[in-house]
Design a protein around this ligand. Structure first.
Ligand SMILES: Cc1cc2nc3c(=O)[nH]c(=O)nc-3n(C[C@H](O)[C@H](O)[C@H](O)COP(=O)(O)OP(=O)(O)OC[C@H]3O[C@@H](n4cnc5c(N)ncnc54)[C@H](O)[C@@H]3O)c2cc1C
Length: 429
């Protein structure tokens, strides 16, 4: 039997990231009285923004995108009134070193054939690559394979994929979507991404990009919780909790507070620390102990001129997989006029090298063509030389984050791209 909430039952939510906010909105709308505790002074968690100390620009922790198949997230945006802050794109541009473009987009054909005409015309893949990809699509279309312990890379090789198909198609799509390398991804997860984004429908595969900073996007969820009579408390870290017969007692900033229910929406490493010392909790703690993270790195670049007429692109044969032209994507910047130059964010998913010493991180980027020339092959012609101080860079990202200072002022050390040499100051956060 499903139990209905007793009107005005109280619920505490620990964590004001996407999970805590989604739970808070759903429970508030269902009549629960929600108190959300967030350790930091802002909402959004890993999907948040901050003001870059050097440029004053509000930058996202890292670029976030969604697909049309993310129906729960789209519904969440609709309920919090920010649905119109997402711009949708039907086509993806794949950019090769040298500037050649291939655009994959839907046609009038029904799914799963909707993208086939543009796929067949894509110049970044040869006929053998396309035929091998087509065979895998046909194999995945009826149903996703069951878990067998095989990695998706091994599965692809077993299904006769060419090296170029793996590098330019499967890796590009899946490492970005799952933030793991193909030899770490299991077959059902990879298959789900491909089925949802390429085979189900043209709508399911389109890409949505926020047109406002992430914190603005998620602040709306806090407003919804408050408008339903709930409370959102900042700088409120839950230390632990204990279950009692009819309620749960939380310790938040050293103070005990009682609620009818508790939702834990903190990162798994925090969860392990706040779980009480009980047999039930130790089973969960043991499971959580097996989880690990995989970092994502975002590199933010400000140019003194417009360097591309693309809003975003997939970059082939690079460590860096995506380019987002933020000055064309973010509404407030767009309104200021693009004549002021380009703000670009490039993203490296599964950026394990971020765990290397800082200098190596930059070496990797430089060896791969560096932040300077990776954008060079754009439609708008050659990219201006990046020598000099007109380009500043900052790096941010996932679990393990770098963040560069942009200017050498106020006693801060500088991070500059200069004549292909990268020097930087970084801090972890
Ligand atoms: C760099 C990067 C890029 C990403 N790109 C995408 C993308 O393009 N598309 C996509 O769908 N997903 C993307 N993701 C994943 C997405 O950001 C996460 O899945 C999502 O934000 C996780 O939300 P969460 O609420 O589970 O966790 P979190 O966002 O980690 O939220 C947990 C919250 O709990 C708070 N907290 C911690 N300890 C306590 C405590 N003791 N008491 C109270 N509060 C506490 C934290 O401050 C935080 O606000 C990306 C993630 C990263 C890191």
């Amino acid at each position: 039997m499903t139990s209905r909430p007793i009107p005005s039952s109280t619920v505490a939510i620990a964590g004001g990231g996407l999970a805590g906010l989604a739970a808070g909105c759903a429970l508030s709308s269902a009549g629960f009285r929600v108190t959300l505790f967030e350790r930091r002074p802002f909402l959004g968690g890993r999907a948040s923004s901050y003001q870059h100390p050097g440029t004053g620009e509000v930058v996202d922790n890292c670029q976030h995108v969604l697909l049309g198949c993310c129906t729960n997230l789209i519904d969440f945006y609709r309920r919090t009134g920010v649905e119109n802050k997402i711009r949708w794109y039907d086509s993806l541009t794949f950019l090769e070193p040298g500037g050649r473009e291939s655009v994959i987009k839907p046609s009038g054909l029904p799914a799963p054939l909707h993208a086939m005409p543009s796929f067949l015309g894509a110049r970044c893949l040869g006929l053998a690559d396309k035929l091998s990809i087509g065979r895998v699509m046909a194999a995945l279309a009826p149903a996703a394979p069951a878990e067998s312990g095989e990695t998706f890379l091994a599965w692809l090789k077993r299904h006769g994929q060419t090296e170029r198909a793996i590098e330019r198609f499967w890796k590009t799509i899946l490492v970005s979507a799952l933030n793991e390398d193909l030899d770490q991804v299991s077959v059902p997860y990879a298959a789900q991404v491909i089925r949802e984004s390429f085979l189900k429908s043209a709508d399911a595969g389109r890409m949505g990009v926020p047109t406002v900073p992430l914190t603005d996007l998620y602040n709306a969820a806090g407003d919804l919780i408050r408008s339903c009579g709930g409370d959102v408390q900042f700088r409120a870290g839950m230390e632990t909790f204990r279950n009692e017969a009819s309620d749960v007692t939380l310790v938040v900033n050293g103070q005990e507070q009682k609620f009818d229910y508790l939702v834990l929406a903190v990162p798994f490493d925090v969860l392990a620390k706040v779980l009480p010392d009980s047999p039930a909790a130790s089973t969960l703690a043991e499971k959580v102990g097996h989880l690990t993270t995989s970092p994502i790195t975002g590199i933010h670049l400000w140019f003194d001129r417009i360097i591309s007429d693309l809003d975003h692109a997939v970059l082939l044969d690079r460590t860096i997989q995506w380019m987002f032209h933020k000055s064309r994507l973010v509404e407030s910047r767009e309104a200021q006029g693009n004549g002021k130059g380009s703000y670009i964010e490039v993203v490296v998913s599964s950026s394990i090298f971020s765990c290397c010493p800082r200098s190596e991180t930059f070496e990797v980027h430089r060896d791969q063509g560096s932040a300077c020339d990776l954008l060079a092959p754009s439609r708008s012609g050659s990219i201006p030389a990046t020598a000099g101080d007109s380009v500043v860079a900052g790096i941010s990202g996932g679990r393990f984050c770098f963040h560069g200072m942009a200017r050498d002022d106020g006693g801060r050390r500088a991070q500059r791209l200069s004549g292909g040499r990268v020097s930087c100051a970084c801090r972890r956060h």
